[in-house]
Each structure stands twice: as structure tokens, then as C-alpha cells.
Design a binder for this molecule. Structure first.
Ligand code: IMP
Ligand code: MG
Length: 178
């Protein structure tokens, strides 16, 4: 598995720095409100787990699963709901927790979906952001790190469902997919 990592892009320590910074920022921004964190499966699991442990205020959590990728390294642009929310979200202050924002297709779909379900507010939190790849313009409220246009794996992120268990974010060696 390690041999497929061209280099480590974001170390475990850098990840934890971002987690702490973002959790603190959300606590400040939602003073007096109760946040509902919604993690997008499966990529957000590691980030979601660390983020809620760093968050010290009352909150609730839920998960959704959507797919836009299929197998491969390019987004298909079509978003399907694979697993829906398990509780109503009307009146809730939602923070969507995502692993990475690439084209923006997934998040623009999810944000509209939540707005239609009458959430009180919807903000977006992502560990990684690839600004050079954006196709749809969306506001991202909390970003761990902006990264260059390279396919990354680890800390929840996969290539064909593998590598999610790496504790850091690494660049996938091109020999694996070309
Ligand atoms: P978007 O809809 O194009 O913004 O894609 C977002 C989703 O694509 C993320 O939730 C990831 O699951 C996946 N994705 C985008 N870039 C990468 C990458 O570099 N590595 C692994 N998954 C990625
Ligand atoms: Mg994925």
C-alpha cells in the first residue's frame, strides 16, 4: 500500500492542526446554536470522527451517502443519493462535512437538497479543497487545506475503495492508474 503513495501531502500532524482550528472556528460561529454535523460517506469518516471529538459544544450528527465518481479519478458530474438522512433537518443549523471538494458538483447538489428541506442554515466544511478543478461555483465556509490538482488518497479518501485507512493524505502514484 505504501509503495503506491508517491509522497505524503498532508501529514497526520497537519491534519490534526486543521481539525483543531476548524472545530474552534465552528464553536465561535455557532455560539448559542446547536450544530448538526452531516458527514458525506464514505470519504468523510476519518475527518468527521476527529472533528466531532475536537468539538466541545452540544451537537448532533448524521450521515448521507452520494456518489458522483464511480470507479476512477474523474467526477461523472451526476450525483445520486445512495443513503439519505435518518432524521428531519427542518430548522437545523447544518454543517456538511466533506473529505474533498473537486468540481463542486457534489456539494452544490447537496446544498440545494438541504435548502429544499428547510434547514435553518447550511454551511460547508471540507478537509481538502482543489480550487483549480472547480466547475460549479460554491461557497466553502471551512477549509483545512487548499491542495494542487493531484489525485490524493488516505484519511478516508479512496481510489477504487482502497487506501481509506492510511492515517495521512498522500498523492497516489500515477503508475497505479495510468
Ligand atoms: P466533486 O463533486 O467533483 O467536488 O467531488 C467530490 C468527491 O469526489 C469527494 O467527496 C471525493 O469522494 C471524490 N474526490 C475528488 N477528488 C478526489 C481525490 O483526489 N481523491 C479521492 N477522491 C476524490
Ligand atoms: Mg469518494
Amino acid at each position: 500500500m505504501i509503495k503506491d503513495v508517491e509522497r505524503i501531502l498532508i501529514s497526520e500532524r497537519q491534519i490534526q492542526e486543521a481539525v483543531t482550528r476548524i472545530a474552534k472556528q465552528i464553536e465561535e460561529d455557532y455560539e448559542g446554536k446547536e450544530v448538526m454535523f452531516v458527514g458525506l460517506l464514505k470519504g468523510s469518516i476519518a475527518f468527521m470522527a476527529d472533528l466531532i471529538k475536537a468539538y466541545t459544544k452540544t451537537c448532533t450528527i448524521d450521515f448521507m451517502a452520494v456518489s458522483s465518481y464511480g470507479a476512477g479519478t474523474e467526477s461523472s458530474g451526476r450525483v445520486n443519493i445512495v443513503k439519505d438522512l435518518s432524521v428531519p433537518i427542518n430548522g437545523k443549523d447544518i454543517v456538511i462535512v466533506e473529505d474533498i471538494i473537486d468540481s463542486g458538483n457534489t456539494l452544490s447538489f447537496i446544498k440545494a437538497y438541504f435548502a429544499a428541506k428547510n434547514a435553518n442554515s447550511v454551511k460547508i466544511c471540507t478537509l481538502l479543497n482543489k480550487p483549480d478543478r472547480r466547475v460549479v461555483d460554491i461557497d466553502v465556509d471551512y477549509i483545512g487545506y487548499d491542495i494542487p490538482d493531484e489525485f490524493v488518497i488516505g484519511y478516508g479518501l479512496d481510489y477504487n475503495e482502497h487506501y481509506r485507512n492510511l492515517p495521512y493524505v498522500g498523492v497516489l502514484d500515477r503508475s497505479v492508474y495510468s
